[in-house]
Structures are given as structure tokens and as C-alpha cells.
Design a protein around this ligand. Structure first.
Ligand code: PLP
Length: 389
């Protein structure tokens, strides 16, 4: 049975063009890019081409990009660098809905004596910018806020946030792992110091990511060793994946406008279809400022994992904010921060589309979902009044 993959915020399919570009570096072009000989040198040149391609996607300069192993490493590097570069400052500002790559890093620093402000969000997953303004102090070492949320898809007003943070002269890091390749990003117009992006969220391979470091921004390396990445990130480069990441960035740039609209239309069709066939679904997150590919819908009084298991029988891949499916003991911290009732968190499903998603796949999901919700609601002691038509 064909896989209907609607879990693209978790990871994405490697584009054919990316795989093709990677293959030579997994076979004949195995030289070390740091070597003096021509054999290694040609590999080095292709890393630099990839750097230009990744930079172009966010309108950065190539020398402002360093390659890392994953979005988590980029986030940790940015935060650690900010703290190491400003030893005297002991305050961090972030939000309650960040990815664990930021959230757990900040919680660790809190245990080591830092004061961390975790900004709350409202029902729509939105920040109150006055709270951000009020939280900034002379002791603030760094502000780290995501561009778009991985679970709800909510896009923060990142330009306004950047203006507020930079007006106080505080270093600003953006976790743009979910936004890159899905919405236009222009770092020339966005006053931030660092920005994380990750390859496997945009049809490159796993094991490669990047950190944008604005020219002139203070930076202290996190991984120490050799001179790779101009001394900013040691370790022999993951050449094949880096080259593929470059191609993926080119493709993302090329498809951004047209595919963004098509994906948004498909997502709207999915939401509308579910609203027409299942009573009382609720969209979790701002209806306007949302990634074009993401919808997070709750079906109250139904278990999210039960929905996923039923979808799985048809090879439909999605994810849920309930504890069992997220691999953690707690249900989604994002949905909890948004004040989503527990009954709705447990019944939440996230569908995340990509440029490979087809209309037939959305029609297939719309055919399968209503009977699934109907069946599960009939099993629920609370859900019998809410059966689907
Ligand atoms: N930041 C956000 C917003 C994410 O969604 C993710 C992954 O889901 C990460 C960071 C971590 O990225 P990676 O999986 O490349 O470590």
C-alpha cells in the first residue's frame, strides 16, 4: 500500500535531486575536504557551493553560514555561544512553546544559576510582545524565539520581535527550523544575530543543518577541535549531506512561492473537509499566521494515538500531541501552554504536508477520517453525542 506521508514537520523525504547530488560523495569523491591534495580540494569546493546555496535561501552571505549536524546542534551552539560570549549576563528569554532543543537547554542553564524567562502564549499560540519588552533587562544575555512552531504551525511576528530585542542591544537567536523553505526568509531585513535551520525538514538528508551567524556578531564555538568552518565548528564535514543540503536549498527557493500556495490550498481543503464531516473539531493555533503546510486539529473525547493507529492501517502517517505518541511522559507542552483542554490535547492530530503531497492523498485522508472518528467516538463514554456524519 502506498504511504500517505503527512508528517513532514517530523522529517521529510529526501528529494531525488538531493540524493543524486549526494551519491558521488558516498562513492568516488571520498577525499577529506581539509586535505592539501586536489582530490580533497574538489570536495572542499563543493562544500563552498553548498554554502552559497544555503545562504541564498535566507539571503545571507556564504561566510555567515556554518554547517552543523542537526537543528538541535545549531540551537545549542547559538545559545551556548551567546552565554560564553557574555559571561557577565545571567538572564535568558525564550518562550514556553519552543522545541526541546531550546527549551531543555534553557532548563539546564536554569539549574546552573541562570534566570530564564519562559514567555507564555495565548489560546492562539501567540506571544504578547509587551511581555517580551518588559522581560528584557540589562542582564539579558540572549533572546531565543522560534520563527514558526513545529506543532501548531503558528508563525510568530518575528520582525517585530527582532526590532524589540535589538532596540535593547540584546543578541537574538531565531529557531527557523520549521519556517525555512516554507515561508520566505530574508536575514538582510530581519535583525537577528543567529538563525538555526535543519536539512531534514526541507528534503535534505538527516545529519546536516546550518547556523547563520550575522557578520560581526560575537561568536564562541561550541564544538572545539580542528579548523573546519573557519574554526567555528570543528569536525570533518558530512560532505554528502552538505552537498545535498545545498541542492535542497536551491529546490526550496525555486518552489517556495508556487508550492506554498498549492500546499496551503491542500491544507485548507483538508481542514474544511474535516469540519464538514466531523462535529466539533478544533484547530489549535492562530488561523491566520500559520505555516502553509501545518494543521493541528483536535477531536475531543477521542485518543490521538487511537486515531494514528487507525490511520496507520491505511498507511497514512501523521502525529499527535498526546503523550504516548510524542515519546514523552507528558502530553504536548505546546498545546498545554496554549490552554488547550486535556480532552482536546489527547485527541489532537497534526497533519503536515510537503511539496510531494497530492490532492488524491488529501481526498484519501478525507475519505478515511470520518468513519475513524465516528467509530472511536462511539467507543468513548463521552463521545456518543458527537458522532461524525
Ligand atoms: N527546532 C524546531 C522548531 C524543530 O521542529 C526541530 C525538530 O523537529 C528542531 C529544532 C530540532 O531539529 P533536528 O531534528 O534537526 O535536531
Amino acid at each position: 500500500m502506498k504511504v500517505v506521508y503527512l508528517d513532514n514537520n517530523a522529517t521529510t523525504k529526501v528529494a531525488d535531486e538531493v540524493r543524486e547530488a549526494m551519491l558521488p560523495y558516498l562513492s568516488e569523491l571520498y577525499g577529506n575536504p581539509s586535505s592539501m591534495h586536489t582530490f580533497g580540494g574538489q570536495v572542499h569546493r563543493n562544500i563552498e557551493i553548498a554554502r552559497e546555496q544555503v545562504a541564498a535561501l535566507i539571503n545571507a552571505e556564504p561566510e555567515e553560514i556554518i554547517f552543523t549536524s542537526c537543528g538541535t546542534e545549531s540551537d545549542n551552539t547559538a545559545l551556548m555561544s551567546a552565554l560564553l560570549s557574555r559571561h557577565d549576563k545571567k538572564h535568558i528569554i525564550t518562550t514556553r512553546v519552543e522545541h526541546p532543543a531550546v527549551l531543555n537547554f534553557c532548563k539546564t542553564t536554569a539549574r546552573e544559576g541562570y534566570r530564564v524567562t519562559f514567555l507564555p502564549v495565548d489560546k492562539g499560540g501567540r506571544l504578547n510582545l509587551e511581555e517580551l519588552r518588559a522581560a528584557l533587562t540589562d542582564d539579558t544575555a540572549v533572546v531565543s524565539i522560534m520563527y514558526a512552531n513545529n506543532e501548531s504551525g503558528v508563525i510568530f511576528p518575528i520582525h517585530d520581535i527582532a526590532d524589540i530585542v535589538k532596540s535593547k542591544g540584546v543578541p537574538f537567536h531565531i529557531d527557523a527550523v520549521q519556517a525555512t523553505g516554507k515561508i520566505p526568509i530574508d536575514v538582510k531585513k530581519l535583525p537577528c544575530d543567529m538563525m538555526s535551520i535543519s536539512g531534514h525538514k526541507m528534503h535534505a538528508a538527516k545529519g546536516v543543518a546550518a547556523l547563520y551567524i550575522k557578520r560581526g556578531a560575537r561568536f564562541t564555538p561550541y564544538i572545539i577541535g580542528g579548523h573546519q568552518e573557519h574554526g567555528r565548528r570543528a569536525g570533518t564535514e558530512n560532505v554528502a549531506s552538505i552537498v545535498g543540503f545545498g541542492v535542497a536549498s536551491d529546490l526550496a527557493k525555486k518552489h517556495l512561492q508556487t508550492e506554498g500556495t498549492r500546499i496551503q490550498d491542500l491544507k485548507d481543503k483538508l481542514e474544511q473537509g474535516l469540519f464538514n464531516t466531523c462535529p466539533d473539531p478544533r484547530i489549535n493555533g492562530d488561523m491566520v499566521n500559520r505555516l502553509p503546510n501545518t494543521t493541528n486539529i483536535s477531536f475531543e473525547y477521542v485518543e490521538g494515538e487511537a486515531i494514528l493507529l487507525k490511520l496507520n492501517e491505511f498507511n497514512i502517517c501523521a502525529s499527535s500531541g498526546s503523550a504516548c505518541t510524542s515519546g514523552s511522559l507528558e502530553p504536548s507542552h505546546v498545546l498545554r501552554s496554549m490552554g488547550v483542554p486535556f480532552t482536546a490535547i489527547h485527541g489532537s492530530v497534526r497533519f503536515s504536508l510537503s511539496r510531494y503531497t497530492t490532492e488524491e492523498e488529501i481526498d484519501f485522508v478525507l475519505e478515511k477520517m470520518p468513519p475513524i472518528i465516528k467509530e472511536l467516538r462511539e467507543l468513548s463514554p463521552y463521545g456518543t453525542d458527537l458522532a461524525c456524519h
